[in-house]
Design a protein around this ligand. Structure first.
Ligand code: IMP
Length: 435
């Protein structure tokens, strides 16, 4: 039995979808534990693309148990759409999906508030750049102990009471933010829709925490699939430019409801360069044409919002912080092939702030924003052989790049991805062989 957590080491979009899909070959149970439909995982299987937002990326392996933990915030309509998409492809049709009854529900007013706040923030120069999927407002309601949970979708009277109590407070706020407080008829439709979605999802709901604990106790291989990345963590990321959940490895235990003593290993995913969506400091961002070239080569447009991602050089201080925050014991390096488009490749090895060299980002985001990256530069390596299956199959410059990152991050690679397809992967070690 092995219990493995996979987390994004940067600002999300590290290519977790492909890595989780590969690791799921060995797993029996795959658990998504945080966030909601703000995530977007693009999977390419036999050349066909599938984008998931809520369902774990392990979905493409029939017969595996896919769990959405209680720490998630779930848009029931998005989940139903995704379920239908998967079932049309013969996936999740045999009851492999289990949604925690304690997970919180995203309702239309959460999305409305998210959008209004972003619009107002943009007008005042202080937008977060959220995905507008209602994530922040749903987690706010949870922390304020007035949230709606999956189990409430099964109790019409309770749902009506909860929504009325929420809108009693939120109606004036919506108006204050420049929106129109929803009319009674609209609210009634929201509730009816939520109840209908709840009824359809009911066969897939249950006690997720106990299900995962049983899988572990029964000696199954369990894979926890993180969403977003460590630097978007609510407590430890580049606050306030973060998401509203715990994205670090500890969040897996917290959100799925299992103790940390069950975890065998933590794998971090890092892209061979860096991207960030939304606002917030990003010292290694590449401006202008070179940044555009990297964005186009890597297809760096949000799987959820379609927004162009900000692109930059790999940031080792930020990566070291992710390694520390999540206690990563190995790393998966993704999208090495994308850098083939560039004439030379840089990597930030340290920050300089006020003349001092730092090997991790400073605590204050204002200091991160003015940090000057110290770069090491490598000659470009041209197109990688897509049939590379060993590190020795890579061109010398690419090999040097990989070994430099590994040395400077202080953690070995377990996998290097050299293309989007499952087969285009150099596998170095198996996280499930940990124990
Ligand atoms: P929210 O999670 O929609 O509230 O957005 C908060 C911040 O996290 C914004 O900068 C988003 O762009 C970012 N974010 C949220 N989810 C993802 C993701 O899956 N990948 C990358 N960035 C994300």
């Amino acid at each position: 039995m092995s219990v493995v957590i996979v987390v994004g080491a940067q600002w999300g979009d590290e290519g977790k979808g492909k890595v989780v899909d590969l690791f799921t070959e060995r797993a029996d149970t795959v658990v998504r534990y945080g966030g909601g439909a703000n995530a977007g995982h693009t999977l390419v299987i036999d050349g066909v693309k599938l984008v998931t937002h809520l369902v774990p990326s392990g979905v493409c392996h029939p017969g595996k148990s896919c769990v959405l933990g209680d720490g998630m915030v779930i848009d029931p309509h998005t989940l139903l759409d995704e379920l239908a998409q998967c079932q049309a492809r013969g996936l999740l049709s045999r009851g492999e999906l289990l949604v925690g009854l304690g997970a919180h529900v995203i309702l239309p007013y959460h999305k409305l508030l998210d959008g209004l706040r972003e619009d107002r923030g943009a007008a005042k120069g202080r937008a977060i750049g959220t995905t507008r999927r209602g994530i922040g407002p749903a987690y706010e309601a949870k922390a304020a102990r007035r949230g709606v949970r999956m189990r409430d979708l099964l109790k019409p009277a309770r749902l009506r009471e909860l929504v009325a109590a929420n809108l009693d407070e939120l109606g004036p706020l919506i108006q204050h933010l420049g929106g129109t407080a929803p009319a009674e008829a609209e609210v009634a439709t929201w509730i009816d829709d939520a109840l209908a979605a709840g009824a359809r999802l009911a066969p897939h709901t249950g006690d997720a925490g106990r299900h995962v604990a049983r899988a572990i106790a029964g000696g199954r291989h369990v894979l926890f699939e993180g969403a977003q990345g460590c630097l978007l963590d609510l407590d430890h990321g580049t606050y306030p430019y973060v998401t509203s959940s715990s994205t670090i490895a500890a969040g897996a235990c917290q959100s799925a409801g299992i103790g940390p003593t069950h975890i065998d290993t933590v794998v971090g995913i890092t892209k061979a360069y860096a991207t960030r969506v939304g606002e917030g400091p990003f010292p290694t961002e590449i401006p202008g044409e070179l940044g555009d070239k990297l964005r186009n080569a890597g297809g760096e447009f949000g799987a959820t919002t379609g927004r162009p991602r900000r692109c930059g050089w790999l940031d080792l201080p930020a990566l070291r912080m992710g390694v520390r925050l999540s206690g990563m014991q190995s790393l998966a390096l993704t999208k090495l092939d994308v850098l083939a488009a560039l004439p030379e490749v840089s990597v930030c090895v340290a920050y300089k702030v006020d003349g001092k060299e730092l090997d991790e980002p400073p605590i204050d985001p204002d200091d991160i924003a003015r940090a000057v990256p110290v770069y090491a530069t490598f000659p470009g390596w041209g197109k990688l052989p897509s049939q590379a299956r060993e590190i020795s199959d890579l061109p010398t410059a690419a090999r040097d790049y990989v070994s430099t990152i590994q040395r400077m991050a202080g953690v070995p690679f377990c996998l290097v991805s050299v293309g989007p397809d499952r087969a285009e992967t150099i596998r170095l070690s198996d996280p499930f062989a940990h124990t």
